[in-house]
Design a protein around this ligand. Structure first.
Ligand code: UD1
Length: 421
């Protein structure tokens, strides 16, 4: 198992390009199940979550191959409708194969994803929506058994704008007979990209990116078989991580290849804290901004403050002037990075879903352990700011969602090394 050794404090400089968004890629890959066309992606991120999801698709009959930077997917035949526990338990997003399998094969057996480090994360919203579209669903022995005589368009109102449920229902509805509307849909940029991709495949999706999505069903037989080339959007969460890193290290950095509009709330918050930022069309330039001021934030569905940037901004808050508060509204157990941050000198108190972060902490390097994906990023930012050496273990969490993070930081002058344990 690898670990990271970081010697701080660092000043970073130059320019870093973010990879394609993991959270857009996963549902887009799930959608390949729906299409008889050859699909070519020019920029899939090199992440363990993506290779793992590809394995699940392969187990269902989707073929995939690599040609240089291009990854090719072909689902002319789906010959298995069961996503096994052994595959699904490793990654919650595996449940995204449910909607497209039901649409294409009228039947799916998918292991219940179960809990994960950051909360229980049920899939009730996915299942209720699928039932609305005419699926019969049973839970037996830890598996979701879903079947239908043919999905039929319907009006679905989500009780909460779940990202995964919105995507699953979009993929089920694209082949349902008639019109589906999804109200209170999630509005994340990744949903917009997902809808754009479905339309590239020949489906009829409108309103994706807004809270009402309308879908006209298209029959599989009516889809044109052709070659589809697609580029996935840049990763706004990865971008936010590098922007916050530069601010913590009082450095000048260009963060490139993503749409800053997708990070509006985060960038506004950082500016409110005193960050000097310039927004370009597909980059953000960070300028040395000195010590920032503490702030109070609440995580919320898009366009609110993303829960996936909560751990990273917490790392920043500890070195700000003044105290900060974070209210985590999306996941019930997403403060697992706190004890590890405290080992590095942070002063943070937790009360339920509130975190109170004291500013002006003097950080010192320490051995720490990653607990989940975004928590890992927070520890790295803290270690790069802290005085002395830190070792960061269990970085397999990091490899799920950050492509070549150590190399990217090393490329902008970070003192960071990846070594075998
Ligand atoms: C996606 C992202 C994840 C991000 C999250 C919230 C992917 C692959 N992952 O996860 O990085 O942190 O959005 O922005 O895109 N819920 C239910 N019932 C359901 C579905 C969800 O109660 O059927 C709850 C969850 O437990 C959680 C909240 O809704 O508390 C948000 O979940 P959701 O938006 O579905 O997140 P994911 O799609 O799992």
């Amino acid at each position: 198992m690898d670990k990271l050794i970081i010697n701080g404090p660092n000043k970073i400089k130059g320019s870093v390009a973010v990879s394609s968004a993991k959270n857009a890629t996963l549902p887009i890959l799930a959608a390949t199940i729906l299409s008889p066309s050859k699909i070519i992606f020019d920029n899939l991120p090199g992440l363990s979550d993506i290779s793992f999801f590809t394995q699940i698709l392969n187990s269902l009959g989707v073929q995939s191959s690599q040609d240089g930077d291009k990854t090719i997917f072909m689902a002319d035949e789906i010959n298995n409708i069961k996503a096994d526990y052994d595959l699904v338990r490793k990654m919650r997003a595996s449940v995204l194969v449910l909607g497209p399998l039901l649409a294409r094969k009228k039947e799916a057996i998918v292991s219940l994803p179960g809990g994960c480090a950051i909360g229980s994360r049920p899939v009730d919203i996915h299942l209720k929506g699928l039932e609305k579209l005419g699926a019969e669903i049973e839970i037996k022995k830890g598996y979701i058994y879903a079947k239908t005589k043919g999905l039929v368009g319907s009006k679905i109102v989500l009780p909460f704008p779940s990202v995964g449920a919105t995507e699953n229902l979009m993929m089920a509805a694209v082949m349902a007979q008639g019109t589906t509307t999804i109200d209170n849909a999630a509005r994340e940029p990744e949903i917009e990209d997902h809808g754009n991709f479905l339309n590239e495949l020949g489906f009829k999706v409108k309103g994706h990116g807004s809270s009402t999505i309308t879908i006209e069903g298209v029959k599989f037989e009516d889809l044109k078989v052709r070659e589809v080339n697609y580029s996935i959007i840049g990763d706004r969460i990865e971008a936010a991580t590098y922007i916050i890193a530069a601010l913590m290290m009082d450095s000048e950095l260009k963060v490139d290849k993503f749409n800053p509009e997708h990070l509006d709330f985060v960038l506004n918050t950082l500016q409110q804290m005193g960050a000097k930022l310039e927004r370009g069309e597909n980059f953000v330039q960070v300028y040395p901004s000195g010590k920032l001021k503490g702030v109070r934030i609440e995580t919320a569905p898009y366009p609110g403050f993303p829960t996936d940037v909560q751990a990273q901004i917490m790392a920043l808050m500890g070195v700000c002037d003044g105290d900060s508060v974070i209210i985590e509204n999306i996941f019930e157990n997403r403060f697992m990075h706190v004890p590890e941050l405290v080992r590095m000198g942070y002063d943070i108190e937790i009360d339920g879903n509130n975190a109170f972060i004291k500013g002006n902490s003097e950080l010192t390097g320490a051995p720490v352990m990653c607990t989940d994906l975004r928590a890992s990023a927070a520890l790295i930012l803290a270690a790069m700011t802290a005085q002395g050496e830190s070792t960061i273990s269990r970085i397999y969490h990091l490899d799920r969602g950050y492509e070549k993070l150590a190399d990217k930081f090393a490329g902008i002058n970070g003192n960071i090394q990846r070594v075998k344990e």
